[in-house]
Design a protein around this ligand. Sequence first.
Ligand code: LLP
Length: 404
Amino acid sequence: MKYINKSFSIEKVKAQNLAKKFNTPIYCYSYKLLKENINNFKKNFKSFSPLICFAVKANTNVNIIREIGKLGLGADVVSIGELMKALKAGINPKKIVFSGVGKTVDEISYAIDKKILLINAESKSEIIEIEKIAKSKKKIINIGIRLNPNTDAKTLTQISTGKKENKFGVDKKTFFELVKYSKNSKNIKLKCLSVHIGSQIVNHIPYEKMLKVVNRIIKKTNYKFEFIDLGGGMGISYDNNNKKLNYKKYSIAIKKNLKTHKSKIIFEPGRSIVGNIGVLISKIIYIKENEKKDFIILDAAMNDLMRPALYGANHRTLPVLKTNQISKKTYQFVGPICESTDKFITLKKFQKLKEKDLIVMCDVGAYGMSLSSNYNVRPKPVEILIKGSKINVIKKRQKLSDLI
Ligand code: LLP
């Protein structure tokens, strides 16, 4: 993503031309960045050749999942819908893990029929349910147990999952109990310890703490886990000053703490694979002057990109055509939805804008389209994947007639 002759471009395609051709808002992704992210991830963790399962919740476009699969990754899913999409995208079931606190009978049954690698259970009740279904199907099912290590991920509270007050996983005491229970079961085979302490983690220290807990617990259980699933959470840089997770340091910590167990490591990265590959292109409908700031009213809204309204997230916002004329006004970028939380970023010294100008919001490839909704009966945007100068529509814009 860069400016070519002052025109914001995704690989070799100008955002301006996409807007002309497809109208706005548009989710647009770069294949080159996707490939780079995956190669970079693989390279940094190469020494223990992990199984990398893309967390489908971050981006549920089947074509994106297919490209990720072709680049060698598996999938981490949390619902039957995500599992169906992963399978449709051609992901090998033997590379699929199923996470989540509330898997239903139908979901477990479907996962068993599709012969996926692991169902990562999060409670005793779930293990009993899996066992029951497995028994009725006369099968032995591979499971993991998700541990809640009670470690602070030092990220937003809304996206922390590894503290004891969070609903995820089981505490240490229950973990030991469930290992014992599983060992004695005829229809389940315990293969994995899984953890996931949160998302957008930019410092390796919380991971290090979690790894120490995992190490201690495995030693105490004295059980040979074929897999240790460390979840995802690797943070990316949302603005040029913010740091991202140092993979090397995380990798060293993993080796230090888990090497002796000789288990295969599984990762479930979402954001770090797709976060920076996507932009949301939007057009200014109106500019409304206000005493303290001008409201830049966009045709994209919180239903298209929820992260600012949900988490107060700021997405780097740039003009599609650069003019170098700076405005003296403060701009607040907002959507047309009837909610005061329907606002994006507030910026000073932005380029002078006028109505009908185009802007892009960056780093929306993860939890952008996948969190979108039809609130206010707004059709979902078109999704486009760019490969060099090739434009692929990977999901059509929803039609109003689909909604009414
Ligand atoms: N594995 C499990 C079990 C998870 O719950 C998650 C994310 C992941 C993997 C992938 O985490 P990642 O590598 O993407 O951080 N909507 C929020 C993020 C919610 C994350 C939920 N779980 C956001 O937009 O920031």
